[in-house]
Design a protein around this ligand. Structure first.
Ligand code: AMP
Ligand code: MG
Length: 335
């Protein structure tokens, strides 16, 4: 398939492709999304094909104004409204009861639909020109690391999608927080840049799904997509627990030439072997912003293994560690 490329000044042409039932990759503030008309089931199926995505993993319907929400759900309840008032547009997805017009292909047959109103200007203009909600998962081959830069998308999806819109590097760098608001209290199904702490400021009863609490073992995944292998580069990812200084000293001795260590900016000077920066330790949002891009760099540079020191699982740290635990498939060492 011949993929067309668009800039932020040719968004109408990208929207025309959507009207023709094609797939278009677009930038958002979280990660790049691979979109199609949410009301065109045939077009939505092309997303699954392009990504090699299992059919039981639902997509998120993206809107360009809150008015569009009623085309997807007939239950925009008070809890959902208060989250929307504080955090939309932004990096959050509301899971709500779907209405009859949403194709099963979008929701993987679930009675609910994930709805997101992105903040990114290019995304919003594109969706409003499409004049229909855009169903989209992350723009990457299933199981691999989500794309947060135009270069990454271009390299991985050229020839597999109808079009790609070139945008800036994604601001937040990890996928949206997914919150189920169909029950009595909001339940976070996937942590993201809108944290548990931020949601509790407006809705103190907000909970984490049990599967996100490390100590708990649950049979049922928080949301269908969470059961699959995820965020895996070709290189082996190993989490490292322990005091950071000890970690730096240990790998100064032990790191092999085919391996690499992720560090904070402040630690780089103390370490003489292969290393990549996750930004300043003072702001974990920077780590979230960089983590997927750096994991892709690990493969591009041909490293076979990357060691990543664990961070505390609070605030955005919980969201980053959620992705890294999946990337590592549970591989970890304790120093
Ligand atoms: P992606 O953006 O690629 O991570 O894919 C969208 C993700 O949103 C899915 O993997 C699910 O984790 C989540 N999601 C979408 N719709 C629903 C839904 N109706 N219920 C629960 N989770 C959902
Ligand atoms: Mg994804």
């Amino acid at each position: 398939m011949q993929t067309k490329f668009f800039s932020s000044s040719s968004l109408q042409e990208a929207a025309d492709l959507i009207h023709m039932g094609e797939t278009v990759v677009f930038p958002t503030e979280t990660v790049y999304g691979l979109g199609a008309d949410a009301f065109n089931a045939q077009a939505v199926l092309k997303i699954f094909k392009a990504k090699n995505r299992p059919a039981d993993n639902p997509l998120i319907a993206h809107i360009s104004s809150l008015d569009m929400i009623d085309s997807l759900t007939c239950d925009f309840n008070p809890m959902a409204q208060s989250i929307a008032a504080s955090f939309m547009p932004g990096p959050i997805t509301l899971v709500l009861k779907k209405n009859g017009s949403v194709p099963d292909a979008v929701t993987a047959g679930l009675p609910t639909v994930g709805i997101r109103f992105p903040k990114n200007e290019v995304a919003r203009t594109f969706i409003s020109l499409c004049n229909t909600p855009i169903a989209a998962p992350s723009a990457n081959i299933s199981g691999t690391v989500s794309a947060t830069t135009f270069e990454d998308v271009k390299r991985e999806l050229s020839g597999r999608v109808g079009g790609i819109i070139e945008g800036e590097n994604c601001e937040f760098g990890i996928e949206s927080t997914v919150v189920d608001v169909t029950g009595e209290a909001p339940v976070i199904l996937r942590p993201g840049s809108i944290t548990l702490e931020m949601l509790r400021e407006i809705l103190p009863q907000t909970k984490l799904h049990p599967s996100l609490i490390s100590e708990t073992k649950v049979e049922k995944p928080a949301s269908p997509g969470m059961k699959y292998i995820h965020y895996s580069p070709k290189a082996e990812v190993v989490l490292v627990y322990g005091e950071r200084e000890k970690i730096v000293t240990y790998f100064e001795e032990q790191l092999q030439p085919s391996e690499c260590l992720f560090l904070f900016q402040e630690e780089l000077e103390q370490f003489s072997k292969n290393k990549m920066s996750l930004g300043s330790a003072a702001d974990l949002n920077e780590m979230a912003h960089r983590i997927f891009r750096q994991l892709k760099q690990v493969d591009l540079l041909g490293y076979q293994r990357v060691y990543i020191p664990a961070v505390e699982e609070t605030g955005i740290g919980l969201s980053v560690m959620n992705r890294l635990k999946k990337s590592s498939g549970g591989k970890a060492i304790h120093l």
